[in-house]
Ligand binder design. Structure first.
Ligand code: PHE
Length: 341
């Protein structure tokens, strides 16, 4: 039995010390120390020993077990250390390799122009308001003096979000006239840029989603003169000091009187060319004096206060500025296109 134990000790220690992986070590532990292991098998023979030999062999078996356990622990620590070293080796970072270049983008042309326009209005003392694109018909139409039977409210023109036509995607930023008057202290000087939605087919000059910039001033004694003076000042900052403008009578339900503002074509100087479609003039915005009914709808006394409002399309300004002929390009967000501006 003594020889058996010696043999187990020798072969166990040899094989333990030459393991290279934790799993191998575990199967050796089972092989020697497990319930069906070699050492256990030897111990089972203890019954056949004499009373004197039993404690001696018992002691020796315990020594072998302790030696095997210690060897396993030591080897396990060595293997863990080796594994860590290998991992560190594999994950070494070469700090001398040049980094990956980060592509830095730039403002979308829409925002380049929008930010300029905001800056112009901020310079004139206007505040900038943000408003909802999902709107109640009350704010998009009714309070703007646009009654139930108005053609703009047709189901074929407006995206309604529920059956009764009460919730819709706003068709204009003019909803912000009402929201501003309901929430801001007087006097008001505000612009509100944002997306608007109409059931238009997509082509070079139409999109079911586009951007408007609404503006409104409400104070005591505001006249059509203020409207013209303000808009002339703004348009000259956008298109240049020598820009020639004209105001044509027009109709909007929420302004009275209403007008459209044109600029003389900057390409041909008014003679007529493809840019102005032979007209000599290019329409830039709709405007007018806020209708007394609209003021009253917002709890403002039209005998004390008056104001003007205007709405301009942002896309037209962007296409004109960057000489882009197709609006779709601006929305498609192809970087190869956008990189040019
Ligand atoms: N909301 C009008 C449009 O979409 C423009 C407008 C705004 C006209 C404000 C007058 C006053 O055409």
């Amino acid at each position: 039995m003594k020889e058996q134990l010696e043999a187990i000790r020798k072969s166990a220690l040899e094989s333990i010390n030459s393991t290279e992986a934790g799993a191998e070590l575990e199967s050796l532990r089972v092989k020697y120390l497990g319930k069906k292991g070699e050492l256990t098998a030897v111990l089972k023979q203890m019954g056949s020993l004499s009373a004197e030999m039993r404690p001696v062999m018992g002691q020796m078996a315990n020594d072998v077990r302790a030696a095997v356990e210690t060897a396993i622990e030591k080897q396990s620590a060595i293997l863990q250390e080796k594994a860590l070293e290998a991992k560190l080796e594999a994950e070494t970072v070469d700090v001398t390799i040049p980094g990956k270049k980060l592509e830095i983008g730039h403002k979308h042309p829409m925002y380049t122009v929008l930010d300029e326009i905001k800056a112009i209005f901020i310079g004139l003392g206007f505040e900038i308001l943000d408003g909802p694109e999902v709107e109640l018909d009350d704010y998009n139409f009714t309070k703007l003096n646009t009654p139930e039977d108005h053609p703009a409210r047709e189901w074929s023109d407006t995206f309604y979000l529920n059956e009764n036509g009460k919730i819709l995607l706003r068709t204009q930023t003019s909803n912000m006239q009402i929201r501003a008057m309901e929430t801001r202290p007087l006097p008001i000087r505000m612009i509100s840029p944002g997306r608007v939605y109409r059931k238009d087919e997509v082509d070079a000059t139409h999109s079911p989603m586009f951007h408007q910039i609404e503006g409104m001033v409400i104070d005591k004694g505001i006249t059509m003169g203020d409207l013209k003076g303000t808009l002339n000042a703004v348009i000259r900052q956008i298109y240049g000091e020598n820009t020639v403008t004209r105001f044509r009578p027009h109709h909007f339900p929420f302004t009275e009187p209403s007008c459209e503002m044109d600029i003389q074509c900057h390409k041909c100087g008014g003679v007529g060319c493809p840019t102005c479609k032979g007209e000599g003039w290019i329409e830039v915005l709709g405007a007018g004096m806020v209708h007394p009914k609209v003021l009253r709808n917002c709890g403002i006394d039209p005998d004390v206060y008056s104001g003007f409002a205007f709405g301009m399309g942002l896309e037209r300004l962007v296409l004109g500025r960057f000489k882009i002929s197709d609006m779709r390009l601006v929305f498609e967000n192809d970087v190869r296109f956008l990189n040019q501006f």
